[in-house]
Design a protein around this ligand. Structure first.
Ligand code: F0G
Length: 461
């Protein structure tokens, strides 16, 4: 028998409970996706075999988190679970003041209303859908200052989430520092393919913005995943723990918004954090308008307890190695089959380059939306469009045409097995083999905000 080469790793957990899945037939899936207007957001979850729509709120909680659920203190004010959560966030991330929210966009709304005035400019390392919309609704304008490599699916740059200082300086020169309330800095840049920012770049960002009196606000939704890439790729961090790296990242920023539905391993929850008392006071005032009292912010006590425990688990080196290891396993399988994916492989999923996969379709024929629908038809795998549909329209009504036209295969944490990854890779290979025969889509219904959630399409003849 052949001896193993590189030793395998396995998940640092075992399975105590399972959720049974239904497997539909191909004709059933063709009917279901047609009824859903070729939009995977409009499919019924029951009709999906492997759900890679998102890693948001879809992770498996641990037995400890479930035990925490039983320890919910459901008081309207001053719940014990809030104080636990506050302490965990202060200790783990280093931020001083915390306001829980029902999820990330609740925090984005309050942050934007607190900090942005009409006519303000918010530079950021690539947009995120809800983040940019809240900035715009508050009267601000988002300007992308990420490095060019982030927009190139083939660039192997190890830190595609980095800020390009020439772009940032140009924004400061054009508008002046006074019109820039903060730089919106995301760790593990979602729309670029889960790509990290380096510690070096972040330190430079801190130094540059401090001189000008501009804040850095951190979208820390996937900060632990970013920390893993720093540990693996950046000089001087190989011997540091994920916990230490995460804390250092946060130390170069003035506040944060967090969707705890990702890194923090809960099904619902988020928070706003700030080191400034005046920002906290204003935000604490607004949270009661939109979310709930500042000691629960739209969450039950039990949700805050699960989040407090989940944050701790998310910062374990063993957890993050297995989490990203699984994503990389799927990515390497797809690459072996010749599938064009965004490289390097990101933290929370595989992003397939739909322009390269379906080169015969124009961007107005929605290649990523089309491929996403085809993946569902082939094996019941649900993915998400991250291209021209997600990018939406500018305030003047024109379409944004993003360079990246991607289908995201997002991996929930601690949910699927290696065998599921094999099925997904084999399915995309089968779609790839018949790619020349795949026809595009036309949009037949478009909602006003965040159109990707509810838009409907028909197949082109
Ligand atoms: N910021 C980032 C980077 C995100 O990925 C998300 C959500 C949010 C903010 C908003 O948080 O959903 O809790 O309100 N991303 C999900 C996704 C929806 O599928 O990527 P939320």
């Amino acid at each position: 028998m052949e001896k193993p080469g590189k030793r395998s790793w396995a998940e640092p957990y075992k399975i105590k409970m399972v959720e049974l899945l239904k497997m539909e037939t191909r004709p059933q899936r063709i009917k279901a996706i047609k009824e859903a207007g070729y939009n995977t957001f409009l499919l019924k979850s029951e009709d999906v075999y492997i759900d890679l729509l998102t890693d948001s709120g879809t992770s498996a909680m641990s037995d400890r988190q479930w035990a925490g659920i039983m320890m919910g203190d459901e008081a309207y004010a001053g719940s014990r679970n809030f104080y636990h959560l506050e302490k965990v966030i202060q200790n783990s991330y280093g931020y001083k003041h915390i306001i829980p929210t029902h999820q990330g966009r609740g925090a984005e709304n309050i942050l934007s209303q607190t900090m942005i005035k009409k006519g303000d400019i918010i530079p950021g390392n690539m947009y995120f859908t809800t983040t940019r919309l809240h900035q715009e609704l508050a009267g601000g304008k988002f300007v992308d200052v990420i490095i060019d490599e982030a927009h190139d699916p083939n660039s192997e740059h190890p830190f595609k989430g980095n800020v390009d200082f020439n772009k940032l300086k140009a924004v400061v020169d054009k508008y002046g520092a006074k019109r820039i309330p903060y730089v919106c800095m995301a760790t593990s840049v979602n729309m670029a393919g889960g790509q990290p920012i380096s510690m070096q770049n972040l330190k430079e960002l801190r130094a540059y913005t401090s001189k000008l009196g501009i804040r850095v606000i951190h979208d820390m939704t996937r900060v632990a995943e970013n920390a893993y890439f720093i540990q693996q790729r950046e000089k001087g961090y190989a011997d540091k723990s994920i916990r230490e790296i995460v804390k250092e990242i946060c130390s170069y920023t003035d506040g944060a918004t967090m969707s705890a539905k990702k890194d923090a391993l809960v099904n619902i929850g988020g928070f706003l954090a700030t080191n400034e008392w005046s920002v906290y006071e204003e935000a604490r005032n607004l949270v009661v308008v939109y979310e709930g009292l500042h000691t629960y912010g739209g969450l039950a006590g039990r949700d805050m307890e699960a989040m407090a425990i989940g944050i701790g688990e998310s910062l374990s080196d063993d957890h993050i190695r297995a989490r990203i290891g699984q994503v990389e396993y799927l990515g390497h399988k797809m690459m072996d089959y010749g599938i064009p994916i965004v490289k390097p492989i990101g933290g929370h999923g595989i992003f397939v380059d739909a322009k390269a996969f379906l080169p015969h379709l124009t961007q107005d024929q929605f290649p990523a939306q089309t491929l996403s629908a085809e993946m569902y038809i082939d094996a019941g795998v649900r993915t998400m469009e991250r291209g021209v549909v997600s990018a939406g329209r500018k305030s003047n009504g024109e379409n944004y045409y993003p360079k990246l036209e991607l289908v995201r295969f997002t991996i929930p944490r601690r949910v699927y097995t290696q065998a599921h990854m094999d099925v997904i890779a084999e399915s995309i290979y089968s779609v790839y083999q018949k790619r020349n025969r795949i026809k595009g889509l036309k949009m037949v219904y478009e909602p006003k905000y965040l159109r990707f959630f509810q838009a409907r399409f028909e197949k082109l003849k």
